[in-house]
Design a protein around this ligand. Structure first.
Ligand SMILES: *[C@@H]1O[C@H](CO)[C@@H](O)[C@H](O)[C@H]1NC(C)=O
Ligand SMILES: *[C@@H]1O[C@H](CO)[C@@H](O)[C@H](O)[C@H]1NC(C)=O
Ligand SMILES: *[C@@H]1O[C@H](CO)[C@@H](O)[C@H](O)[C@H]1NC(C)=O
Ligand SMILES: *[C@@H]1O[C@H](CO)[C@@H](O)[C@H](O)[C@H]1NC(C)=O
Length: 499
């Protein structure tokens, strides 16, 4: 009897020990996974012509064509972070983020875009932010290019001109030299798909050029080469001394085949290869270069369309070699999931990227919490990236929830979204995906490009009618603060809604 009791007590003690290590940790993020929030220069800074800043393509577009923007707004002031950056840092401190992802405005530093003239007030602005972040124990994660190309470079052809890669490389070198003693994490380019498709194929982004099926691939080649040039400049000239990491941020939806028909399953895989793989395959795959399926489809369609050459330009072998392995981490932005089916678009003399892709993607009205926003899509995307590219180091550099702002400060929908996506992240990490940063888009409401101020993504609400651009935390900011502080996802949310 005594022996049995002893055994039971020993068993209980062992169980409690095991539980304290494993049981609790089931809902806990590993220590090395860091949490942050993101913004981008054009969307928050304002000060569009302050202290020597030059004009970029978004300044030009919104001034010249307010009708392209849903609410006819522009970026002249936005959140006024050019003046209110100290307030932003107070907010970051309050949420308790480990890092802050923001971008450099190219024309604030180099007003014309060229390297011959540096605007010292622009440099001072970023020095202030970087120094203040570090004083507060917040790591800066800096994006070199988040869509605000110098207008002068657009006039020389913008991203469809290979020369733009050289100008970008010059800018990158200057940024590493000016800030690299303190900035240890660099993202070269944010969302190449958006840069090249939204502007040339879809006409929903500056510079609004109507050259579908052609402009996007010229742009894509330059953007990839620009990235690899910046990477190698860092690697050769700065890495040894500055000891940082540099990568690129690629965005992708997740798609599910709409049916179990082979052609839909293939369409979904083709979507992943031609949307995400377009950028990731040249950098992260063993073979390098564009995905085979992409090369094959565009070459075939170009020939049938009577083009003398493929609309997808080729890389030289040196360019392929320089791109291969040119990232220390895989930056990933993710928002949506869709149902994908195969569509064979007829050959005509008007090519387009979506015809090359040959798919149709639709939401599913039955999905929860939203017809195109589902946590399991995020989980599957993380697994796909890990499998496809040999489990690279991943930084989730954007993930967030946009709404009309109707919910005000008690943003229940955003909380449901955050909890769901954090659980999906936790599951992927527990199953071995090497994710070490997660970033909420966005710190605060801001200028959502051609959606103007009609879509709100902020953990903080911004009052765009007040001269002070007053910022107020939403319930989601309190929830995220809890997640960062405890490393766990809370079950109950009433607390965050009532305080
Ligand atoms: C800056 O732009 C504003 C319009 O947003 C204009 O009123 C002002 O004169 C400009 N300032 C400079 C220095 O060009
Ligand atoms: C496809 O088949 C799988 C496995 O049999 C099944 O779980 C899934 O629901 C099917 N999907 C569709 C869209 O029919
Ligand atoms: C705006 O900010 C200034 C300086 O902090 C303050 O004095 C003023 O009261 C604020 N105005 C409003 C309307 O909040
Ligand atoms: C939270 O919910 C999970 C799953 O429903 C449950 O296993 C866990 O015990 C709950 N934790 C707390 C602290 O209530």
């Amino acid at each position: 009897m005594q022996r049995l009791l002893n055994n039971i007590i020993v068993f209980l003690i062992l169980f409690i020990l095991w539980y304290s290590v494993h049981g609790k940790s089931q809902n806990k993020f590993p220590e090395q996974l860091k949490f942050g929030v993101a913004t981008a220069s054009f969307q928050v800074e304002g000060g569009w012509n302050a202290s020597g800043k030059g004009e970029n393509i978004w300044d030009r577009l919104m001034h010249k064509h307010p009708e392209y923007v849903v609410d006819h707004s522009n970026g002249d002031v936005t959140c006024d972070s050019y003046h209110l950056w100290r307030t932003d840092i107070e907010m970051l401190k309050d949420i308790g983020v480990h890092f802050y992802r923001f971008s450099l405005s190219w024309t604030r530093i180099l007003p014309t875009g060229f390297s011959n003239r540096i605007n010292s007030d622009g440099v001072k602005y970023y020095n202030n932010i970087i120094n203040s972040l570090l004083e507060n124990g917040i790591e800066p994660l800096v994006t070199l290019y988040h869509w605000d190309l110098p207008q002068k470079l657009q006039e020389l052809g913008g991203w469809t001109s290979v020369q733009t890669a050289e100008y970008f490389a010059d800018f990158a070198r200057i940024a590493f030299r000016l800030f690299g003693d303190r900035v240890k994490r660099w993202i070269t380019i944010n969302e190449p798909s958006s840069i090249c498709l939204d502007s040339y194929d879809q006409q929903i982004a500056a510079p609004f050029i109507d050259l579908p099926g052609i402009g996007c691939y010229l742009c894509g080649k330059t953007v990839l080469i620009a990235h690899s040039k910046a990477y190698h400049i860092y690697d050769r000239e700065f890495r040894k001394k500055q000891k940082g990491k540099i990568g690129i941020t690629i965005d992708s939806q997740w798609v599910e085949p709409k049916t179990n028909k082979t052609e839909d399953i293939e369409a979904a895989e083709r979507y992943m290869q031609m949307v995400l793989g377009w950028w990731a395959h040249p950098i992260f795959s063993k073979e390098g270069d564009y995905p085979e399926i992409m090369r094959k489809r565009i070459d075939e369609r170009s020939a049938l369309e009577n083009f003398a050459e493929s609309r997808l330009p080729h890389f030289t072998q040196t360019e392929i070699d320089n791109l291969k392995g040119s990232a220390d981490f895989f930056g990933l932005n993710h928002y949506h999931t869709g149902l994908c089916s195969h569509v064979e678009f007829p050959i005509s003399d008007s090519p387009a990227y979506f015809k090359d892709l040959g798919v149709k993607v639709v939401p599913d009205p039955n999905w929860k919490p939203n017809q195109n926003i589902v946590p399991w899509g995020f989980y599957k995307l993380l697994r796909w990236v890990a499998k496809e590219y040999n489990n690279p180091l991943v930084y989730v550099t954007e993930n967030g929830y946009g709404d009309s702002g109707q919910e005000g400060l008690l943003d229940t929908d955003r909380i449901v979204f955050l909890k769901g996506f954090l659980k999906a992240l936790l599951q992927a990490v527990q199953e071995g995906c090497n994710v070490q940063k997660y970033t909420v888009w966005s710190l605060m409401d801001n200028l959502e490009w051609t959606q103007g101020y009609t879509v709100k993504f902020g953990l903080y609400k911004v009052d765009f009618n007040s001269p002070n651009r007053t910022r107020t935390p939403r319930a989601s900011a309190r929830l995220y603060k809890y997640v960062i502080k405890t490393g766990t996802i809370p079950n109950k949310t009433d607390f965050f809604l009532n305080n």
